[in-house]
Design a protein. Structure first.
Length: 126
């Protein structure tokens, strides 16, 4: 999963996100039918207390995530990455104004186009 996240970050030019500070985590079980993934942040107070740089965790619920097509997995991960603000300091973006199905679909199309171009020119993102 981390390779897919890195591919998305680099393929969409999310240069404000350090992929080495994004941790991918698979978990099992949720009481919600709607939750397939979550984005977690390490708040500033914890960063200072632990003397670490900002980190984000992308958690996927394996029994829901695994059954998705690759396209839907990428869209879900794009959605979660959009919660990471450009400041990359430990906060999280809300849905309103930043994340919608339309935005995710547009970014997915852009990612696919960029990947096609990279294949055409023999360039790899990572």
């Amino acid at each position: 999963m981390h390779l897919i996240v890195r591919e998305i970050i680099e393929g969409l030019g999310f240069d404000y996100i350090n992929p080495d500070q994004v941790i991918c985590f698979r978990s099992e079980g949720t009481k919600s039918d709607a939750v397939h993934a979550r984005c977690w942040s390490l708040p500033r107070i914890w960063q200072q207390a632990l003397q670490v740089k900002p980190h984000y965790t992308l958690e996927v619920i394996s029994e829901k995530f695994d059954s998705l097509s690759m396209a839907d997995k990428k869209k879900l991960l794009i959605h979660e990455l959009l919660h990471i603000p450009k400041s990359f300091k430990g906060g999280l973006r809300p849905h309103k104004g930043y994340i919608s199905q339309k935005i995710v679909n547009e970014l997915y199309r852009k990612l696919e186009m960029n990947q096609e171009k990279s294949k055409e020119f023999g360039i790899r993102f990572f």
